[in-house]
Design a protein around this ligand. Sequence first.
Ligand code: NAP
Ligand code: G4F
Length: 325
Amino acid sequence: MPQKTALITGITGQDGSFLAEFLLEQGYRVVGMTRRSSTDVHERIQHIVDDVTIVSGDLLDQSSMTSIVAEIKPDEIYNLAAQSFVPASWTQPVLTGEFTGLGVTRMLEAIRTVDPTIRFYQASSSEMFGKVQAVPQSETTPFYPRSPYGVAKVYGHWITVNYRESYDIFAVSGIAFNHESQRRGKEFVTRKISDGVARIKLGIQNELRLGNLDAQRDWGFAGDYVRAMWMMLQQPRADDYVLATGRTHSVRDFVRLAFEAVGLRWEDHVIVDPRFYRPAEVDLLVGDASKANRALGWRPEVSFEQLVEQMVVADLGRLRPFAPA
Ligand code: NAP
Ligand code: G4F
């Protein structure tokens, strides 16, 4: 079989780094689109940077995306790039709409005009369910987004469906619930907690300030989710799938387990700070991934408890050299 080429937007992000590793293992030629920066943003892919090709493009710029697709001639495109931090979407709502919403159309337009046989994966989000209309949430649950980010993702989701139906493009959406790892950005709650717990354990800081501890999320391991993205593009028929573990936990549960992993009591260190509350909250997410289980044979392998433990252990190892003597 000839070697396949995959183009990943957002290769420098958490998911992009795991997906690039996974596709290299499958024998793909991997090309990553990154936006120009005056500093090195390749931290998460440093270990594979010589094995992938990096090309310069931006979700805001149609011509760069179209030329990349024409030049690279990918078999598959994974559109992972986005403004992905929910609170930033209230401070930069228009930019979020441009990146996270219209950016999807720009990539689909590049496919339509260059080569409509390219297969396309869109990173849709459980944030689209927002104020949930059913528990658990499945592919048929109506969307009710609660942030400009969620609204932009709903647009990205439906434009993907629309290009599939209008132009017969193999375009699919993975409606992914929260997935985490030691590579998660430190502004997201799980990594903020694992990093904070490690700092407190090592005597670098003494308190951890968080927002709403009651919010519940269906948290899985990012490495499991990128496998499902690839599986979705290998199917005979284009379709959308919920990707989730089916278990939900509160932020408080995550905090408690993370502190327990280092033998500390969370109540002695966590301060609830209303600065981290959101204008509108998503209270409860829990996904029903039975369609992905059935049709793709996909099941997440890392449990919530393993995830918390591995994130805390990784941050402890990373920060140990900075601990006071
Ligand atoms: P992430 O770590 O925030 O990565 C986002 C990526 O997008 C980065 O590589 C970033 O590049 C790139 N990017 C942002 N703006 C761009 C632009 N204008 N042009 C080109 N690239 C741009 O996000 P993630 O957690 O890996 O998530 C990947 C995707 O899945 C996102 O679309 C996210 O919304 C979606 N999603 C994530 C989850 C989750 O739980 N992780 C769940 C559902 C859906 P820089 O390095 O230059 O910033
Ligand atoms: O970790 P978070 O910021 O993730 P959120 O908002 O669920 O979004 C993530 O998952 C989505 C999939 O559902 C992705 F689409 C999206 O791109 C992103 O990856 O917040 C999780 C929960 C929220 O309810 C928040 O209010 O944690 C609560 N929280 C409590 N204290 C906090 C904090 N969140 C953050 N970031 N920081 C806090 O101090």
